[in-house]
Design a protein around this ligand. Structure first.
Ligand code: PHE
Length: 338
């Protein structure tokens, strides 16, 4: 009997079930009422009285071992069968809320300033044809901006390119023919420029267009003055310098008094007290006509500004490349802004 117990003990210790059925077979073989261990207990009465004590201890050990094995593998089976943990919906929310990108923050602020005075938002495609990006905007056929150096062409003949400015949206809105027009158009633009602290081949602009009867340069100035004060602060001053764009006549560049030094001169404004923030002007009658608008009845103004430039001024950021690197240490600084 002693040998039999020893043999069963080895078998039990080596036992590893492959599946639930094997475990059940193990239970039936050893631990059931008619199993081997019950059989040994039944044989106990045949053991010589002087051996009974030792045999009793061995038999109970065997039984405990078998039961232990059974329990051990049953537990693993339970874990495997357990359903996948459900998410705890009672946990507090918003622990890892993100922040907006600084360019989005500034774009939204500009949008809302113009929305308050009746502008609506328009959008156009980033891939444009020559007509909407250049021809309708009065660019002469040999204008250098059409050149490969500035423009990312997708195909030639017909010329399809990534838009080089949001002024293409002006054309699309005017073509649609619903007058009067009072829109702003934020969006991405593309130019084949070397990437540096001050330039990138992808950047963002916001275009403005107002077309109605009797629109004058005074309207343009007043609207942009309102914008500058709303965006940079009530003490902000503006000035206009004569400029040239093919699609505006007269054309100007607008400067705002430096919001860092208040106009007394600093590094940001190169000690001039002024920072240029946009191009603008009266819509050239040729452009109105190209878009099917009668320039003897209607006039308009347009402006376009770079969002990166304005964001750099607002948050005192000195390298434009930071906007595109998505370095979390940079982005985290804007979590509190909205
Ligand atoms: N499209 C011009 C640029 O990208 C900006 C501009 C827009 C100028 C509208 C005048 C009127 O530089």
């Amino acid at each position: 009997m002693k040998d039999k117990i020893a043999a069963l003990l080895t078998e039990i210790e080596a036992f590893v079930p492959e599946n639930a059925d094997a475990l059940e077979a193990f239970r039936l073989k050893f631990m059931s009422k008619k199993g081997l261990i019950a059989g040994l207990f039944a044989d106990f009465k045949t053991v010589a009285p002087e051996d009974r004590k030792e045999m009793g201890v061995l038999l109970n050990e065997l039984k405990d071992k078998a039961q232990g094995r059974l329990n051990q593998f049953r537990q693993i089976g339970e874990i495997e069968k357990a359903p996948i943990a459900k998410p705890d919906l009672t946990l507090p929310a918003g622990q890892f809320s993100g922040g907006r990108h600084p360019l989005s923050i500034v774009r939204n602020q500009i949008n809302s300033i113009f929305k308050r005075i009746g502008f609506t938002i328009s959008e156009g495609p980033e891939i444009e044809d020559d007509f909407h990006n250049f021809t309708a905007l009065n660019f002469p056929p040999e204008h250098p901006a059409r050149d490969m150096q500035d423009t990312f062409f997708i195909s030639r003949d017909p010329d399809i390119a990534l838009r080089t400015h949001t002024s293409s949206v002006q054309v699309r809105v005017m073509e649609a023919g619903k007058l009067p027009i009072r829109i702003i158009a934020p969006g991405r633009v593309f130019r084949n420029e070397a990437i540096s602290a001050r330039a990138h081949c992808i950047f963002h602009q916001i275009e403005g267009l107002y077309v109605d009867k009797d629109v004058s340069f005074a309207d343009l100035k007043q609207t942009l003055f309102y914008f500058a004060q709303e965006f940079f602060g009530a003490e902000t001053r503006i000035r206009f310098r004569p400029s040239y764009f093919p699609f505006t006549e007269t054309s100007a560049e607008m400067d705002v008094s430096c919001n860092i030094c208040g106009g007394s001169g600093c590094n940001i404004c190169k000690h001039s007290g002024w920072v240029e923030i946009m191009g603008c002007g009266m819509v050239d009658p040729n452009v109105l006509e190209a878009c099917g608008i009668d320039s003897s009845i209607y006039s308009g103004y347009a402006f376009g500004m770079g969002i990166e430039r304005i964001t750099m001024m607002k948050f005192q950021i000195n390298d434009l490349r930071l906007f595109f690197e998505n370095d979390i240490r940079f982005l985290k600084q804007f979590e509190a802004a909205q």
